[in-house]
Ligand binder design. Sequence first.
Ligand code: CKU
Length: 605
Amino acid sequence: MKQSMLYPRTTRTRRVADLCGMWDFRFDPQGCGESEGWQNGIPDALKMVVPASFNDFFTDKQSREYTGDFWYSTKFIVPAEWKGGHVDLRFDAATHRADVFVNGRKLAFHEGGFLPFTVRIDDAVKWNEENIVSVRLNNELSHQTLPAGTTRTFSDGTKISKPYFDFFNYAGLQRPVRLVVTPQEEILDFTVNHKISGAGAQTDYEVETSGNHDVHVSVFDEDGNLAAECDGKRGALKIDNARLWNVLDAYLYTFCITIHDGGEIIDEYIEQIGIRTVEVRGTDILVNGKSVYLKGFGKHEDFFVRGRGLDLAVAKRDFELMKWIGANSFRTSHYPYSEEILQMADREGFLVIDEIAAVGFFASILNFMEASTGKTSAFFDDEAVQTKTKENHKAALRELIQRDKNHACVIAWSLLNEPETTNEAAVPYFHEIFSLAHELDVQKRPRTFALIMNSMPDTCKCYSFCDFISLNRYYGWYMSGGYEIRDAKEKFIAEMNAWRDLKLDKPFIFTEFGADTAAGMHKLPSVMWSEEYQEEYLKMQFEVFDSYDFVKGEQIWNFADFQTVEGIMRVDGNKKGVFTRDRQPKAAAYMLRRRWENLKTDYKS
Ligand code: CKU
């Protein structure tokens, strides 16, 4: 049976119990946990916070950098009054893979650390008694994992992660874990697609249930008035004077889906959904038929102590800062963000490019450096990439689209970040992934991938798969930085002219450009890493962006400073933030604010 990915919500027929808090925790470097029975309880366990990455709590390096198997476990009671329904354990994320045991029985395995999964535990639970859930996680990286990297082993047997990506390999139960109780006959999935005509809107929907009873859908406006209703598992909901969801002007209708037997409600699910359309036409990205210019950021889920653990307070601060600075969009670089963040984006009217964790497909721990030197890697030549990696990629894509398809904020899918595209072997791989996204998404949202520096107009073999082209470019930073920035501009223009001459008739957006900046470091005249240089660098980028009509967006790398591996290229992390890691502005933030306040949403339309 299809696994439901509906966000856990209590309704008249559903119950949700939060399992967040302090769990038992232990590293398992020898991989002996299962044979020693840790699925029944972890001996000599530490205590660990859920949700959080485990890494930054520790004061010793071996624990912070730990790579391999590690276990979480907690006890819970399932009240007998829930008998007769289904009981699911819902993990919003388990990074990067997990085996789940309930009362000692292995019930599930899930690969991929940034998407939810549920485990049906009906047959394993003890009602009104204590149950134990144990999870064996693993955070090793390989060419088959999303994100990709390698795992090395020191001579003493200790493993270390070598990511092919520029963010710390945080791991653990980084998002909430909940018990979800649903009726025997339940709503499994709900999908919407919107059309607009004049002042009216029509939402075509499909409901998937586990039985044959009747289905009803009603839609309420923000004042609680009934706006539309329809019977059946499929149908059309028509609203005459629809209030559309718009950029920074959100409006959310409440969709109430029920399975019923005459007057008796069997199951009920409620979701808030914005009605809007999105498409690419010529060089425009259109929301509700109107051209939008994207202003915003590439981000990370990253903060002190908690690592990549869900922190609603930090997420809230981020939205306040993005509104303050005049942004209207962000990319979920480089993995799907938590559902709560997309809910906030829906509420605030932000446009989101939803990225899957297909990052590091360049096979280099310094890809951000090496791609600027013309170096290539034959990542897609490998047989295992064409089989196992692709399988994992497709599974993640299915989960991503099932999870996020109804969000108004999600206006595009980013299917890879900075893959090696100069090699013919990438082409059939891309073809499959891009076709699958199109097939799965009833809204047929635009698809893209972020092009690394060596994916140039004359070398990239995959750009034509994109509905809009996303460039990650560092002219003036990785290439011709500092005083050489005058050359950087020339080179940048040469590349942009080459794109223009291809006459692709597609929008381009910059999904990355940025300069590392040490907050508080001022230099006159500027040098690289100073706050002055960040502004000079940005000024040059904007001059280039503004001179091409087909450039329809700018998302700076990065919203805030963030943690990476240690190394000669990073000073306690990546410092390209417009804000510091504790969310305070660098000088460039004021410059951006001046620019973006004056750039209309329909700039260049
Ligand atoms: C960023 C070629 C650019 C790749 N891009 C990826 C991103 O994850 C990095 O953090 C570069 C950077 O700052 O180097």
